[in-house]
Design a protein around this ligand. Structure first.
Ligand SMILES: NC(=O)c1ccc[n+]([C@@H]2O[C@H](COP(=O)([O-])OP(=O)(O)OC[C@H]3O[C@@H](n4cnc5c(N)ncnc54)[C@H](O)[C@@H]3O)[C@@H](O)[C@H]2O)c1
Length: 348
């Protein structure tokens, strides 16, 4: 994700919406940003990335990089186990802006500590949940705010059959985005989780999410459903909108002008399908938001508290599943549980 994700994304059917995807290529593409230094524990990777993107220096120890380089912003794309220490060192060295991959960390205790640190030090922060920075999701949100589908009632997110920590930071974030970032009230979930991976202090797996329901305090309910599609559907009192195939097209369905009764199956027949022709990727938009913050232009960033909520929702799904589908309400009390996110030998 830091340097080579574009090679993979180039083969995607909707690659044009996602490129540049890697942090380094997005920094290179964002006007006004300069990639000064890169760091990877693997020397060859660090050197290649420096050469490929025209940075001035490479390092194999992030502490040394942070000690030597006066950096306005740092983009962090290690795997999760290393992330907390890297963030803490960045803040200690006075870095004012961070772009940070998901998931933030593996316990709620760590998330609480990190968010307090970011808040106290007024660090501008952007989380790797890119969709809210992608122009298409922002456009849909603005049209909803302008009243196109009435008051939002429910959100359905179908994002493949995917693991909790690897993929669902994204679905939870997009649900929260369209729920106006309201605080969550409760969560219920059904996961695919091997009981052998569960101990008193740890879930050593990245469970697959079969379904989950998130109730927000403003009354909006989001449903995450395992399926083949990558669609987000938002239903309101006057119509609904579907963002299809992870942003490829947007379909608006609004009530017929003569306003037939809601139980008439034809009442949502006013249809508009808009193909997405955007050329700016979510990663570039994320870097632009960070740049604006560094320049003090008050960009709308990602409040660090949202990363805790995002993680709390994922942890609440596990708690609900372990409680045979019980409704888990806020506040989430157990903060020391670790979800490793392991699948095979990989961690998210
Ligand atoms: N936002 C998204 O859409 C998205 C997509 C894929 C991955 N991710 C996230 O990005 C993160 C990275 O995933 P990936 O697939 O690129 O992993 P990866 O293992 O391919 O890359 C991680 C890199 O970090 C380096 N590294 C490890 N420890 C380090 C340290 N202490 N200092 C410097 N470098 C270090 C590794 O050598 C490796 O090159 C994961 O947390 C993953 O969840 C996000």
């Amino acid at each position: 994700m830091g340097a080579t994700a574009d090679e993979k994304a180039a083969h995607w059917a909707i690659a044009r919406l996602w490129l540049p995807l890697a942090h380094a290529s997005a920094i290179a593409a964002a006007e006004g940003a300069e990639l000064t230094a890169v760091c990877d524990v693997k020397e060859a990777t660090a050197r290649q990335t420096m050469e490929r993107y025209g940075a001035r220096a490479f390092y194999t120890d992030y502490r040394e990089m942070l000690a030597r380089e006066p950096l306005d912003a740092v983009a962090i794309a290690t795997r999760t186990p290393e992330r907390k220490a890297v963030i803490e060192e960045c803040v200690r060295r006075g870095v004012r802006a961070l772009f940070c991959e998901k998931p933030l960390c593996r316990t709620l205790e760590d998330a609480d500590e990190l968010v307090a640190l970011l808040r106290e030090n007024r660090v501008a922060f952007v989380y790797g949940t890119r969709r809210r920075f992608m122009p298409v999701y922002g456009r849909v949100q603005r049209e909803i705010a302008a009243g196109r589908i009435g008051a939002v009632q429910s959100i359905v997110v179908r994002f493949g059959r995917s693991p909790l920590l690897w993929t669902h930071p994204h679905t939870v974030d997009i649900a929260s985005f369209f729920a106006g970032d309201a605080a969550p009230e409760s969560v219920q979930a059904d996961l695919e989780l091997d009981p052998a991976a569960v101990s008193a202090r740890e879930v050593d797996a990245d469970p697959l999410v079969r379904s989950a329901t998130i109730r927000f305090t403003n009354g909006i309910v989001a449903h995450l459903i395992a399926s083949e599609s990558f669609d987000v559907e938002i239903a309101g009192t006057k119509g609904m909108v579907t963002i299809e195939s992870d942003g490829a097209a947007v379909v608006w369905r609004t009530r017929l002008a003569d306003g037939g009764p809601a139980f008439d199956p034809g009442h949502l027949l006013q249809h508009e399908r808009v193909e997405n022709t955007d050329t700016d990727s979510g990663t570039v938009e994320s870097i632009r938001a960070l740049l604006a913050a560094v320049r003090g232009q008050g960009a709308s960033l990602y409040p660090p508290e949202l990363t805790v909520r995002n993680l709390e929702i994922l942890f609440a799904m596990v708690e609900s599943h372990l409680g045979d589908g019980r409704r888990v309400r806020w506040p989430i009390a157990r903060r020391g549980l670790k979800i490793t996110g392991r699948f095979g030998s990989l961690y998210p």
